[in-house]
Design a protein around this ligand. Structure first.
Ligand code: UDP
Length: 356
């Protein structure tokens, strides 16, 4: 039995479908603050018979956690739940530290109370900050440039201390590069609540919307076409990476007594202009763009060295940028309003009652 906190969100939902398909029993704890109940319904529809149990609740609430851990015997926890908008973290750091850091600390404390020792953490390449050398290996200097990234780094530090204190623990910290794409069925995808901030949701939004061209932040970077380079990774490849990490924790001594960071990225990058061009091919639409000044805090290039994931997990990314764009476009075409349209057509799924 696996606990997936935040399992209804963009990355979490894809991983939960893969977990169910692989035969794991899954409990999802999600407060639906940046995810939709409709995603939960679709997860269970896609999983081919096995169903996750959804519990609506806050990962920073100790009573909710204790109740969950008393009710279920978890073999492992995958911790996706957290806030992830960089700009918002600058404006409201207290909230980010509360949800991301305190939430993780309470989850770990509850795990310790119940002798649950395997943990997979959704970390981020943001912990590297303005790393000037690419590709970036896990031992690169860590120097995040915003509160969001610092909350990820603080949780990584906390995990190292937990691993040192409890040598039976097995902790893997998956540092995601730039997750993109959607489930190949077109039923799951990225549907942020409120204004999108990441490149691909903004590209998709700009298609067909007169007067809202995509702003290209910086055209004078020291890169071949002058725009920033990022390592985009298909969300299904990320899902495969989580299954590989969990399987290794369950069947080997991987990461016993240490908190092991592992990059999940493609190992090569695409510029903003290349991303736009790939999306235009996949969608058959023109993406209107306008050149804009550099966005403060952006680094010219961020590319993963994914060799540790290959060596320790046997994981390799299999989907290229074209596949990411195709899958993302399919989700957009089938769900022009994201999950909202469909949500109104279906009865709300019944949730396990939240603890009193
Ligand atoms: N970007 C852009 N226009 C936008 C949003 C993003 O040119 O409207 C660029 C951004 O400067 C960066 C890349 O797209 O080079 C990826 O940005 P995103 O925010 O998706 O991820 P980041 O790598 O910054 O975490």
């Amino acid at each position: 039995m696996v606990l997936a906190t935040g399992g209804a969100g963009f990355v979490g939902s894809h991983v939960v479908v893969s977990l169910l398909t692989c035969g794991f029993d899954v409990v999802v704890l999600d407060d639906f603050s940046n995810s939709q109940v409709e995603a939960a319904r679709r997860i269970n529809k896609l999983a081919g018979g096995r169903r996750a149990k959804f519990v609506r609740g806050d990962v920073a609430d100790l009573r909710t956690l204790r109740d969950l851990f008393r009710t279920h015997r978890f073999d492992a926890v995958i911790h996706f739940a957290g806030l992830k908008a960089v700009g918002e973290s600058v404006a409201a750091p207290e909230r980010y530290y509360d949800v991301n850091v305190s939430g993780s600390a309470r989850l770990l404390a509850t795990m310790a109370e119940h002798d649950v020792s395997r943990f997979v953490f959704s970390s981020s390449a943001t912990v590297y900050g303005l790393a000037e050398k690419v590709p970036i290996a896990e031992d690169a200097p860590l120097d995040p440039t915003n509160p969001y990234g610092r909350t990820k780094l603080i949780v990584e530090t906390l995990l190292a201390d937990v691993a040192a204190a409890r040598t039976q623990t097995q902790i893997v910290m998956l540092r995601y590069f730039n997750p993109v794409g959607a489930h190949p069925s077109g039923m799951l995808g990225e549907d942020p609540i409120g204004e999108p901030t990441n490149l691909f949701p903004l590209i998709a939004r700009s298609v067909g919307l007169a007067g809202q061209p995509l702003r290209i932040f910086g055209t004078d970077y020291p890169t071949p076409d002058g725009t920033c380079i990022r390592d985009y990774i298909h969300v299904q490849d990320l899902a495969d990476g989580h299954i590989a990490a969990l399987s290794a924790l369950l069947s080997t001594d991987l990461a016993r007594g240490v908190a092991l960071p592992i990059n999940l990225g493609n190992g090569h990058g695409a510029s903003v202009r290349q991303a736009v061009a790939a999306f235009e091919v996949a969608s058959g639409r023109t993406v209107p763009t306008i050149d804009a000044p550099q966005r403060p805090g952006d680094v010219a290039a961020s590319i993963a060295d994914p060799s540790r994931a290959a060596a320790l997990l046997g994981w390799r990314p299999r989907r290229d940028l074209d596949a990411m764009c195709r899958d993302m476009w399919r989700f957009r075409v089938l769900n022009p309003q994201g999950y909202r349209d469909a949500a109104e057509e279906h009865e709300t799924p019944r949730f396990a009652p939240s603890p009193p």
